[in-house]
Structures are given as C-alpha cells and as structure tokens.
Design a protein around this ligand. Structure first.
Ligand code: SF4
Length: 1022
C-alpha cells in the first residue's frame, strides 16, 4: 500500500501566523463547527499556544475567517468548543493508553528525574573506571546524558548492534575511509555506556523522560493502529468507535521535533488527517528522520507552490523579496542593493515595507541598553500597547531590565525564567555549605545570618541588630576571621562591652549571641562530622543530613515563605527521594556538585500571566505576533552566540548523525530572527556598543540590516528619538537644576550644630579631634560616623598595644581569668623570676592569636624583648614612685556643662603627689607639640586629678622603655588651665552655632578617616 501524501501548508512570513492558521483550520473544519474537539494543533511554545487559542476564538466569534464564495458565517458570535492546542508531549501525556481507555499502561516502570539519572550514571561510571578518571565523572555526566537522550530519540537502527557496527557508522559520519584509533575508542566507550545505561534502566524497571516519551509514542500509535484494524473488523458488524481516526492534526514546528517524534508524525498521517504547517522557509533539517514531504522538501529555500499567497499579493511579495535580498549570500551586496537604489523606486523618501517599523539602538553601556529598553517599553505602554515582548538571550540584561521595570511598577512575565542557583533562596544554602567547608569563615557566616531566610519576619529587625553587633564587636574589633569556638570565646571575654547596647532586649547581647552561635553549631554538627571524616557515604546520608541541618537552623521552613524558596524546597525533596532508586557512594565534592547541578539546571519562573510585558527568548517568541517587540542584547556573542564544546563527537559528525549541532542551531536561530522582523508593527533592536572602552560587535544579522538600509535607501534605522530622550531623561531621580548646582559646588564645609547635638563627655581623643580639625569632630563625634573596619588575619598594631596594656596591668594587679600578679617589690635579686612571670603572662595573653600565624609569634617576641627592659625600668622607678592605681577611669565636670573623661593607664604616688603614665607602644606626640598645646592628651589627663606632679608618655617598644614626653611643674599648671579654658570657649561657641570647619593640617589628614566626606582634595585645589 503506498503512503498517502502528508499535506503541507506554508504560511507566509509576513502574515500573522496564528490568525492565518486559525482561518485555515476554521475553513477546513467548517462542517464540524463550532465543535473542534477532534482537532489537535501542536505548537512548540506556550506563547504561540496562547495566541493560537485567541486567534481561533476571535476568528470564529467575529466571523472573519474566509468563507466559500457567497456564504456568510453562521457561527458569528458563537463560542468555540475547542480541541487540543499544545505541544506534542502534552498531547501524548493526555492520550497515553491509560488515559484513553483506562487500561493500565503496559509498562509499570517508575519515571525518574534528572537528578536520579545523574546519580545512576555516576554509579555506572564508577563501575567502568577504565573509561574516565574519577575526577572527570561529573564533567562527562551531563554530556553523556544529553547524548543518551539524542540516541534514545534517534531513528538509528544500529544502536543495539556490536561495537564494529557502531565504528563503521561513526566512520561514515566522520567521512573516514579507514579505521581511526580514537574513533574506535570513542565508539567503544559510548556504546559500552549506552548499553550499560539501557540494561540498568531495564533491570531496575525504571524509565527516564526520553524513554517515557518514546514509550508514549509507541503506545499511542500502536493503540491507534490496533484500534483501526479492530474497528475495520467491527465496522462490518456496524459497531465501533475510534479515538483517533476522526482527529485532524495540525503540526507546527515539525522541524524542531526529534527524529523519533517526526517518524511518529509520519506514521500518524497513515491513519489520520495530518497537516504539517511551516512559516516561510525553515532551514534544511539535518535530522535523519526518514520523514519526507511529498509535495516539496520542507527546507527548500525556493518559493513553494503552496505559498500561493506570497505570489498573489505583489506588495507582500515585495516585502518577502526585500527580506530575502537583505540576507541573500548568493548575490553580491551591490547586486542586492542595486534594485532598491533611488533611481529604481518611486517614493524616494519612504522606507519600504517592514523596514519602516524597525529601529536600531546601539547603547554605550549595558546600563544604557537596559534603560533604553525600559524607556521604550514605558512609552509603548503609555501609547496603549498591551502586548509587548522583549526577546533576548542575554540573561544579565533581562535581570537588570526586570529591576528597572519593577521600579516603575510595570508588571512583567518572565517566561525564560531563572536558574534556581541565582535566587537568594539557593544562595543561603551555598553559604551554609561554605560555612561547613571553611570553618565558619566570617564572610560566609555573616551572609548566612543576614539572609532573609534565616529567621522569621517578625523577629528579623532584632536579629539583624544582634548580627550587626557580632560583626562589629567580635569579628571586626576582635579580628576573628573564622572558628565558632573562637567567636564564642571572644563573646565571653567581651561580655561587658557587648551588653552595653543591649537595652533592646531582656537577655544580654552576649547571651543572645552565644545562643545564636550554639544554634548554628548544633545544626552543623552532623554535617560537619561527615565533611571532616572525608569518607564516601551513600547519597541519601548526604542529602538527609543536609536537609536536617537546614531544618535545625530554621532555614527550611522559611523557604516556603517565598516562591523561589518553595521551588528550592521541592528540588531538595526530590533529591531526598532518589534513595528509593539508587544510593551511590559519594564524597563531599560529589554531593556538592550534585546539589549544585540541580540548582543550576532547575528553573524558577515567577508567574504573572496577565502582564502586558513579556521577557522571552527567540524560541519562546516563534510564531507569535506582538504590538511592540524589542530584540535586546543583539550582540554577536548572544545572537547567534557561539558553538559550545561537545564532549562526544565533533559538530560535523553530530550533523551526520542527526543530532543537535551548532550549524543547524545557528541556521534555525537565523530563520527565527527573520520571522521576528515581521512579527510586530513596532520593533526596536538594541545592543551594547562598548564595554570597558572596547568596541563590542553587533550581531551580523543586525549589521546586515543596518548596512543594507543605509546603502540601498540612504536611510539610517538608528532610533534618534530614543537616544535624545535617554539623554534628557533622568529615570532614577527627579531633575533639579538648583540641587545639581549645589552638589557641583566644591567648597570647604562649615557645618553647624545645635546645643542639643553637642557631646557632653570629652575624652582626650575627642578633645584632640576638636583641636586638630572641627569637621573631623563633627563627623566622628556628632554624626558618629566610623570608617568601616577591616578584618585582618594578622594581629593589628592597635591590638598589640591593647595586649601590652593588659600584660602590664596583670603583672601588677589581679585581673579576671589571669594568673596572680607579681607581688614582691622588684629588685635585682628577683629580676629573673619577674621576667619569667611576665613571659608566662604574655604567652597566655597572646595565646588566642599566636596559634594563627608566625606573624603573631613575631609580635609576641617583639614584646618579650621589651618586657625585659620594662622590668629594668620598673626596678629603677620604684626607688621613688609606688604604683597607686592601674587603668583608673576619671572624670572632671567643667563650667560649660561638659565633662572631661579619661582612662589612665597608670598613676604612681610619692609624698602625696601623683605621676600619671600613659603607655605608648606606637608613636607619641613630640615634646614641642605638648608644650604648644597642639597635643592635649597629657594636659587633659592632668586635669582629671588634683596634686599631679607630672604626666608622662612611656614608650615601650623594640626592647626599649623610655620616657618620650613630659609635662611637669609650672608648665603643667599653666597648660592645664589654658587647655581647659580653650575647650570651654570652643564648646560655648559650638553651642551658639559657630561653624565646625574642615581645617586639618597634613599630619591630621593622614590619619583621618573622614577625607571622603570633607572632600578636602577637591576644594583645596580650587
Ligand atoms: S581629612 Fe583633614 S580636613 Fe578633612 S576632616 Fe579629616 S582632618 Fe579635617
């Protein structure tokens, strides 16, 4: 019996595809109207499905589909009883045998997901260690699965044959006349794994998605054919019903189906009415499908007989001819443009056909491109357009555009979706794993604690305050970069300071922080043990421990409060159910890759079906018509893009075998791009022209369009109006000339403050800041701004100073948690014991850091040299002075309503007179600065006590202990009076709104953190 011809319909590229198809179907199915339940339309994307349904309903209810001559539609205003409109896969799922007649599917195999497939294949690869080294398993896993999908859905009859037959077929594909060693090796490897894979699926009675699709194809067709035969027999007795033979199939995008699906369509056409629909001329299909068109080759680049409409309408024909001429590579550029030169066209000013509807915009940066698209969309919305599409393959651009549009409260439907790995819900899981791997390194830990998924909305503000204190007081101030135990130790040591700001809560800050870290520690315990053991464990142990840990942390329930989080939760649950199929042994890295691959592969699509603006890719926009279309990111690297490296078989072999390959993909993208150019009445194409000062190439398809228009019509497609509007629009802030003028004025700042803002306490350092630079005082002490502290793994010099102060205090008096002081008076006889005591004390105090690095050991040794010099100095000193107080805090009220305060390192006494000592482990002020009251520290200290005989700086560094500055006698009394008087005058002036100018000298500015605020570098040069 000869095969009946498959009917073809080609809809011209310049027609609204879904409207034209709807009209065709309604005309063809006129006798069934309005009941089209036996019509199935296969379309390859959801957007086209939606538009197809609308076109059918509109065409019928408005009666606008073509009628036989003289007839008027009797169904005008009627509702349509629709049939199936969707993808082939969806139709198969609806019509598998079990759903047709309630019979149980002849296969009881369990369907497995991609994550389970990965585990199964990894297990199989481990069983064949001779094929790939263990470290490459994950790299080849995805490529192999992709290849298996292609093999499974191919029509190659030799797949179950022996290796020599595989080799001979691959040899043909490589066009090699003789056997090549690596070819045999590749064929042998792929065949071994392919067969092992098939056997494993069979043995386990499971199937993956491609196998299920294959089975569905076979079952549906077998049922249809079987039923037909049965029906023919029964028809003789006059009773039978067939489910499919009355159905008419309209198949769009056959060239995008796999060879097996194409073969299924061909077989279906032998039993049912099947029509293959194309638009324009799709590129040559390389698939080895065995499917042959009867009236013409579907990919024939020449116009076809069925495209009668293209020939009948001259203006449409011109349009299609112009499109062909723009991109025809068979003629020279001159030949193609010659016919369009002004001498040959009547209207010399007008652009012909669809070119009038296209504008191009080359943006100076990625940000400008996003803003250009944002502006275009908002203008279209204001013009009343309700169907706007942004087609882009550049996800970064899409993300930025989405942010801009959301800020303008424009709702968007992002049909392309996002990889789950890019969502904040997945980011917190990654941070948690990093905490485990990096011993709770501070960056990962802080990100984890600050994540919105870490705690409930109601307690988030309190929680974030607590995390802020942890970051500032423990991580930054204590300079602890990792390790939960060290964080906790530091919290315990610093309880007093932490609790200073804990008025917001009943429990102390330290207690709350310890509780928080204990929660983290408990949650991590099991997973940390697995990680530290560094052993292989079955996959279910890894994933279950991981889920338990995030449940214990409280993250898991929080995920369900967010739609992306819910998707992450679903994927985690799917991973945890894989154990019912397989539980291969994995190490930590395998587990990380498995989880990471899943989050990278699975998509999150925020749903907003009614949005006027849709972001999609080329594939999702095919066969659709829009009011406004923006093709964004039209640079060479995304349109058409570049070929990805294939692990198995080169591009030409893939082409010969009918697998996905770069030349076919590129050709199909080009075909889709050309369709796009005729799919809207308002089209903007944008691309980024520059990046970091380098030119970026536009897509060659866009360049051809631009060059052709320029040369043939002497017309630029550049969207000048958009460029103008962008330059003159400030989308981010309201434009205000006055404000801008103020901002651009660069002058020395003179802020003023009120009496209420004036600080009451003046420590020596605050006092010094006011003298050095009033603006620095304003920024630091009134606005309370602080430079961001940086975490450093090295012991900072300031911390070294703090430790030395503590050692000297603990050497002379009992400090909590430290050994007893050296009580005996120092003398030459007990010098060695004193030295041993101070060494022991020093080691104990430095201990928290010296474990970390040799640099810290260097700081300890530097101090131990100095400690000996200190003992010698103290032996001399105590002949006259006895220690009176250590670390003494003091305050002194002044008449202006303020008080000076200070913490004195040491106060010695002799004959009821006092000597105040300030230890210096770094630089101290020069004597001249002290005498001229430029340095106020010593005079401030002197003001805190009565009967002060002298105030000295004692430098302790690099093995030397010596006095480097002193105030005593009459100078001390005079300076003390002068300095206090000056402070009182200044404070009174500040309270009465005197300015606080930035006048720091070079020395002050070097150590000042407020340079970026006072902008001295700017106004100093003007
Ligand atoms: S940089 Fe100099 S002028 Fe500016 S605030 Fe600091 S000390 Fe004052």
């Amino acid at each position: 019996m000869s095969t009946p011809p498959v009917e073809q319909l080609s809809i011209p590229t310049n027609e609204n595809f879904t409207d034209a198809l709807a009209n065709h179907i309604l005309l063809e199915q006129h006798n069934r109207l309005p009941d089209l339940t036996d019509v199935a339309i296969f379309l390859p994307n959801a957007q086209a499905v939606q538009q197809m349904r609308q076109s059918l309903h509109r065409s019928l209810s408005e009666g606008c589909y073509p009628q036989s001559s003289g007839e008027t539609s009797s169904y005008k205003g009627h509702a349509l009883l629709g049939g199936f409109t969707g993808s082939l896969e969806q139709w198969l799922n609806q019509h598998s045998i079990s759903s047709i007649n309630g019979l149980k599917n002849n296969t009881t195999r369990k369907l497995i997901n991609q994550s389970t497939r990965q585990l199964l294949l990894i297990e199989a690869l481990k069983r064949h260690p001779d094929l790939f080294s263990a470290e490459n398993h994950w790299q080849v896993c995805d490529s192999l699965l992709e290849l298996f999908d292609e093999l499974g859905l191919s029509q190659h009859q030799w797949l179950n044959e022996s290796t020599p037959i595989w080799i001979s077929h691959l040899q043909q594909a490589y066009q090699a006349n003789e056997e090549i060693a690596y070819l045999s090796q590749e064929a042998g490897m792929v065949r071994t794994l392919w067969h092992a894979w098939q056997q494993q699926l069979d043995a386990m009675q499971i199937e993956d998605k491609p196998s299920a699709l294959k089975q569905n194809l076979i079952n549906t067709l077998a049922h249809s054919i079987g039923h037909n035969i049965e029906e023919q027999t029964k028809n003789k007795t006059g009773s039978a019903t067939n489910t499919l033979n009355n159905t008419c199939f309209y198949i769009v995008g056959l060239d995008q189906l796999s060879p097996l699906e194409q073969a299924w369509c061909e077989q279906l056409s032998q039993h049912c009415h099947v029509k293959h629909i194309t638009q324009g001329s799709p590129p040559c299909s390389n698939r080895n499908s065995g499917y042959e068109a009867n009236d013409h080759e579907p990919n024939d680049p020449e116009p076809r007989d069925s495209d009668t409409s293209e020939k009948e309408n001259p203006s449409e024909n011109n349009e299609l001819q112009l499109l062909e001429d723009i991109y025809n590579q068979k003629k020279t550029f001159f030949e193609r443009t010659r016919d369009y030169s002004p001498a040959h066209v009547s209207d010399k000013n007008a652009l012909p056909c669809f070119l009038q509807k296209i504008k191009l915009y080359d943006a100076q940066s990625a940000e400008y491109e996003a803003r250009a698209v944002d502006l275009k969309i908002r203008m279209s919305l204001l013009a009343g357009k309700t169907d706007i599409a942004v087609v882009t393959e550049n996800r970064k651009l899409a993300r930025r555009l989405r942010a801009l549009l959301e800020r303008a409260q424009v709702s968007i439907q992002d049909t392309a979706g996002w990889a789950l790995a890019t969502t904040s819900a997945a980011a917190i899981l990654e941070r948690w794993l990093e905490c485990i791997e990096q011993n709770f390194a501070w960056q990962a830990l802080i990100d984890l604690l600050k994540s919105p998924f870490f705690c409930e909305e109601a307690s988030r503000a309190e929680h974030l305050k607590l995390v802020y204190r942890f970051e500032q007081d423990i991580i930054l101030h204590e300079n602890i970069a990792a390790d939960l135990a060290r964080y906790k130790n530091a919290i315990q040591h610093r309880q007093q300071r932490l609790n200073a700001g804990s008025a917001h809560s009943t429990a102390s800050t330290a207690e709350q922080l310890l509780k928080l870290l204990t929660r983290v520690e408990t949650a991590a315990h099991e997973l940390l043990e697995l990680f530290n053991n560094n052993q292989n464990r079955t996959s279910d142990i890894w994933i279950d421990s991981f889920i338990r840990s995030i449940k214990s942390l409280g993250i898991y329930p929080q995920l369900s409060s967010d739609i992306a989080g819910l998707r992450v939760q679903q994927e985690l649950e799917k991973l945890s159910t894989t154990h019912s199929i397989t539980r291969p042994e994995l190490n930590w890295q395998d587990f990380r890759t498995w989880l990471g691959n899943t989050l990278e592969r699975e998509q999150f699509k925020p749903h907003n079906q009614n949005a006027a603006v849709k972001i999609m890719n080329l594939q999702q926009a095919q066969y659709c018509q829009f009011d406004t279309l923006v093709i964004a990111g039209a640079n060479l690297q995304s349109l058409p893009g570049t070929s990805s490296q294939q692990t198995f078989f080169n591009q030409s072999v893939r082409q010969a075998l009918g697998f996905k390959n770069w030349p076919a993909k590129k050709a199909y993208c080009f075909y889709q791009f050309k369709q796009m150019l005729l799919s809207a009445d308002d089209i903007l194409i944008t691309w980024q022209a520059e990046e970091n000062g380098e030119w970026m190439q536009a897509s060659p398809w866009v360049s051809s369009l631009q060059d052709f228009t320029q040369f043939a019509f002497k017309h630029s497609l550049k969207d000048e109006q958009l460029g103008f509007l962008l330059k003159n629009t400030r989308p981010v802030t309201r434009h205000s000339t006055e404000l801008l003028q103020q901002i651009e004025t660069v002058s020395q700042p003179f802020p003023r403050i009120s009496e209420a803002q004036t600080p009451i306490e003046f420590s020596a350092s605050r006092h010094q800041r006011l003298i050095d630079c009033p603006y620095n005082f304003f920024a630091s002490d009134v606005l309370k701004l602080k430079a961001l502290e940086e975490i450093s793994l090295e012991l900072m010099k300031s911390e070294y100073g703090e430790k030395v102060h503590l050692i000297l205090q603990a050497f002379h008096q009992q400090c909590p948690g430290l050994p007893a002081p050296f009580k005996a008076p120092l003398c030459n006889e007990n010098r060695e014991q004193a030295l041993a005591h101070i060494k022991n004390l020093s080691q104990q105090i430095f201990k928290t850091q010296i474990e970390d690095s040799v640099e810290h050991l260097g700081w300890l040794n530097r101090w131990l040299d100095t400690a000996e010099a200190y003992i010698n100095w103290q032996i001399q000193r105590q002949h006259e002075w006895k220690i009176y107080r250590l670390e003494k805090t003091a305050e002194q009220p002044l008449s202006s309503g303020i008080q000076i305060t200070g913490r004195l390192d040491r106060v010695d006494m002799h004959n009821h007179q006092y000597s105040i000592i300030d230890y210096k482990t770094g630089n101290s002020a020069k004597q001249s600065e002290i005498d001229l009251a430029e340095n106020v520290q010593l005079s401030s200290y002197a003001s805190l006590m009565e009967d002060v005989c002298n105030v000295i700086y004692l430098k302790l560094d690099k093995g030397i202990v010596k006095q480097t500055g002193i105030l005593e006698g009459e100078d001390l009394n005079q300076l003390k009076t002068d300095v206090i008087e000056r402070l009182e005058t200044l404070v009174n002036e500040i309270k009465s709104s005197s300015a606080l100018p930035a006048w720091g000298d070079t020395h002050s500015c070097v150590y000042c953190d407020m340079g970026g605020l006072c902008r001295k570098q700017m106004w100093e040069v003007f």
